[in-house]
Design a protein around this ligand. Structure first.
Ligand code: GLU
Length: 170
């Protein structure tokens, strides 16, 4: 049976908002209820490594995430992460042999009724099973080799940093 590891690092996907305080906590990894809701047919481990908005993530946090990816027995790794510094963590994960690593997240918390979390996570789960070893970002319905992705804040989505036609895909 296919086995994936999910390394949860926080970000908006896992946020819980408190109206009265106008603040938030980064809560439990939301992949667990999403996988349950989807009745997934693969087996998985979920490991919560960091619980932060990604703007607060440090080099030490990224070193820890890299160490946990390297220590994983699985070759297919999904990393859930805040979108603002997802590309920085992707850079920190380059060069790990024999693993397909796919980072994903959400611009709206998974706890919100209208959230991109389910769609993005599903896309990441598909990508991690199909892509060659390397580091990818799965967001907004596209799978990017990580070094080619960037977040476009105005549009609220990820896009190719170097928009060139992909041979065989356009
Ligand atoms: N500041 C947030 C973060 O990067 C942006 C929203 C998100 O998670 O996508 O954690």
């Amino acid at each position: 049976m296919i086995k994936l590891r999910v390394i949860a690092t926080g970000g908006t996907i896992d946020k819980v908002y408190f109206d009265a305080a106008s603040s938030y906590d980064v809560g439990e990894p939301q992949v667990l209820p999403l996988f349950t809701e989807a009745n997934v047919g693969f087996s998985y481990e979920v490991e919560s490594v960091v619980r932060k908005d990604s703007l607060a993530m440090t080099d030490e946090d990224r070193a820890l995430i890299r160490a946990r990816v390297m220590a994983a027995a699985e070759s297919m790794i999904v990393v859930t992460h805040g979108t603002d510094t997802m590309t920085e963590t992707a850079d920190a994960l380059q060069g790990i042999p024999d693993k397909t690593i796919v980072l994903t997240g959400a611009m709206q918390p998974a706890r919100f009724r209208s959230s991109d979390a389910f769609f993005n996570l599903g896309c990441a789960v598909a990508a991690v099973q199909l892509a060659a070893p390397g580091v990818y970002i799965a967001m907004n319905g596209q799978v990017f080799p990580a070094h080619r992705a960037r977040k476009n804040r105005e549009r609220g989505r990820f896009e190719f940093a170097d928009p060139q036609p992909e041979a065989g895909h356009e």
